[in-house]
Design a protein. Structure first.
Length: 419
């Protein structure tokens, strides 16, 4: 390719690559992009609250300011009937069984035994949450204590989400408080999403300092349970731009990770342009890692303008990492559009794109100003990698506007002086 000519087509550079090497690279990239959404989702929850360490849970029920709405106290448990001792086989249960608890607690710890204890305690908490909490706190193993406490809170959340939320909000450590709230919401959403929504709104009203974190935890609980419409509704009702944008990104990225097409359609029909834009950015974040080609095609069907070009750029970056040949073919056949130019510019400026490929992509941009800026970005990095080649291209290209040419000239001069 003669870079001085008006190139409008992108070279399909993969054809020059060794077939076996390219296949390996595509395989490794697929592995990375399968895991990225999961890592991103875990990171986002972790930024809100939960840490990886296990800390002791307070031994007493904390005293906290109750929510505005009143809740009836948990019912007094009925007498536990006598049961024959179960066999040594560990099994899960959806009801409390005193004899089975005693039999399991006397056994050596295993993952299955601990899970069965948690299931029993979750069942107990639906009728006697205070006893379930106390039994969890009595466990000496800190890791198991935390698991049992969260199980008890899930059970309490099923039948008394408001009271369980008050208890959780009284925990002093932020990470413990957030983990406890996540457990309460998980139980509440599983049995009564409307009640979970009401409790969440009570918390936002009465504890505004907890609103962003608590709302994100509730959105996660809705998404984990497949109640994406509830998550989207809660997110759209966020107070203020900052709160709403965080919630919209959380709800729609989680939704798009599992159900990209329904999430994208739901986002695209939002009438408020600002809220729609926030939702679509969330969709891009969740969809780009799993099917960037499908995401790119969806974005091209949206009306031009707004952030469409930026979102196409995000999709193309993911696509070029996963399947550069297919992404290059798409760019070769695209129609002229400012939004497409912006997307191509974003890919050309990526560090993972080889210089000659980046130059070809930059030269294919129709907008002269954006093309010049993109070439300037590519040349800035190229000067540091291969000064003679970068200088030769700089001297012959017709695509740099005077301002960008002056900046690159100064960069070249500095690099030559340092040799």
């Amino acid at each position: 390719m003669q870079h001085g000519d008006a190139v409008r087509r992108v070279p399909i550079f993969v054809q020059t690559m060794n077939t076996e090497t390219a296949a390996k690279r595509r395989l490794m990239t697929r592995i990375v992009f399968v895991t990225l959404p999961l890592c991103a989702a875990c990171f986002y929850a972790g930024r809100l609250s939960v840490t990886s360490g296990h800390k002791p849970v307070p031994s007493e029920t904390p005293v906290v300011r109750p929510l505005a709405s009143d809740h009836q106290p948990a019912p007094t448990p009925a007498a536990t009937p006598a049961h024959a001792a179960p066999s040594n086989t560990v099994s899960f249960t959806n009801r409390w069984d005193e004899a089975q608890w005693q039999q399991l607690i006397s056994q050596p710890g295993t993952a299955a035994r601990n899970a069965a204890l948690a299931a029993l305690l979750e069942a107990l908490a639906t009728t006697d949450p205070q006893r379930a909490i106390a039994m969890a706190q009595a466990e000496g193993n800190l890791n198991l204590r935390e698991d049992l406490l969260h199980a008890a809170l899930r059970g309490w959340g099923r039948t008394g989400a408001g009271d369980a939320a008050v208890w959780a909000l009284g925990l002093g450590d932020p990470s413990e408080r957030s983990a406890a709230m996540a457990a309460v919401f998980a139980g509440a959403v599983a049995t009564n999403p409307d009640e979970a929504m009401r409790v969440g709104r009570d918390i936002f009203r009465d504890n505004p300092g907890e609103a962003v974190v608590t709302g994100s935890l509730l959105i996660d609980a809705f998404c984990d349970n497949g109640n994406f419409a509830f998550a989207a509704q809660l997110a759209a009702d966020g107070e203020g731009t900052a709160q709403r944008s965080i919630w919209m990104a959380e709800a729609y990225s989680r939704w798009a990770t599992l159900q990209p097409q329904p999430a994208a359609v739901a986002a695209s029909i939002i009438t408020d342009p600002t809220v729609r834009n926030e939702a679509l950015h969330g969709v891009v974040g969740g969809w780009a890692g799993s099917d960037p080609a499908g995401l790119t095609q969806f974005l091209t069907q949206l009306p031009p303008g707004g952030d469409r070009g930026l979102m196409i750029g995000q999709a193309l970056q993911s696509w070029a990492r996963l399947d550069p040949e297919a992404a290059a073919n798409w760019i070769n056949t695209r129609e002229a559009s400012p939004d497409y130019d912006e997307g191509v510019a974003a890919v050309a400026g990526s560090s993972f794109v080889k210089t000659d490929i980046a130059l070809g992509w930059a030269e294919s941009i129709g907008d002269s100003k954006l093309r010049s800026e993109t070439l300037g970005n590519v040349l800035h990095n190229w000067v540091l990698e291969d000064l003679p080649a970068a200088k030769q291209y700089f001297d012959t290209t017709k695509y740099l506007l005077p301002e960008d040419r002056q900046q690159i000239s100064e960069i070249i001069a500095t690099a030559e002086a340092g040799e």
